[in-house]
Design a protein around this ligand. Structure first.
Ligand SMILES: N[C@@H](CCC(=O)N[C@@H](CS)C(=O)NCC(=O)O)C(=O)O
Length: 256
């Protein structure tokens, strides 16, 4: 588990659980979902991405990549949504979402890893192509500030492409990203033809990590027709009161 050493030292005084998150972000939603499933109290620090509230020295001082979510737990900062899931389950084990046999634990870890790795080349690319082309466009001043704050080459490259005047991701980029996601969904489809959940017959961190991603892709009309078992799995999860509250209700909130 990697903790961030925040340059924004104000957060080091925080007690309890504080989540920096955005309402429609799938990375944020998976953490809210786990917090809800575990019935853990947390303080919300909402970051409105469309207003570039993440592109500030203050926020980069908490998450050096300038993305949501970031969890602060008793002054310790943890980033990367899937690492946050693993952390919370380890530190608050009372209602654990890793209740599978030892030899199946690595399957949970693998789904968390794929979830993290697929975000930028898959989900984020598709969403920027389909939905965020104008909503996430930065002004020239915001681009300059972003380039000053952002030190991570992968994020600089991603946003560099989108931030070029009059340009963003292309249909070809979106097709490559869709191909990547379709391959992952095909694997899930095979598993869910036989099992109720991604790792056997137990609802785990794997399901918690992936279900809000489906919500996000659906908002961009992703074509899921080839994956009926995945859709049945998603329907089942989306009816959980925890999911309604932490994922769907947050998406309806407005911050303008
Ligand atoms: N791998 C990171 C990805 C975080 C990420 O890209 N978050 C998005 C929202 S889902 C974000 O903050 N986007 C704003 C930006 O890239 O500037 C994680 O899982 O926490």
């Amino acid at each position: 588990m990697v903790f961030v050493n925040p340059t924004n030292q104000a957060v080091m005084k925080f007690e309890g659980l504080h989540l920096y998150h955005a309402h429609i972000s799938n990375c944020s939603a998976r953490v809210r979902l786990l917090l809800e499933e575990k019935n853990l109290p947390w303080e919300s620090h909402h970051i409105y991405l469309a207003k570039r509230e993440n592109v500030t020295e203050e926020y980069f001082g908490i998450n050096p990549k300038g993305v949501v979510p970031a969890l602060v737990h008793d002054g310790k900062v943890i980033t990367e949504s899937n690492d946050i899931l693993a952390y919370l389950d380890e530190v608050f084990p009372d209602t654990s979402f890793r209740q599978v046999a030892d030899e199946k634990q690595s399957e949970i870890d693998n789904w968390l890893k794929i979830s993290g790795e697929a975000h930028m080349p898959g989900i984020k690319t598709i969403q920027y192509y389909k939905r965020n082309a104008t909503a996430m466009k930065k002004t020239d001043e915001e681009v300059a500030l972003y380039r000053q704050l952002q030190k991570d080459p992968a994020y600089l490259e991603f946003h560099g492409k989108h931030d070029l005047p009059g340009q963003s991701f292309t249909a070809e980029d979106a097709a490559t990203a869709t191909n990547l996601m379709d391959n992952i969904f095909a694997e899930m489809e095979g598993i869910l033809a036989a099992d109720q959940w991604l790792v056997g017959d137990t609802y785990t961190l794997a399901d918690i990590s992936w279900s809000p991603t489906i919500t996000t892709l659906m908002s961009g009309d992703y074509d899921f027709t080839a994956f009926p078992n995945l859709m049945a799995w998603y329907d089942q999860i989306s009816q959980r009161p925890s999911f309604q509250k932490s994922v769907l209700e947050w998406r309806k909130k407005t911050f303008d």
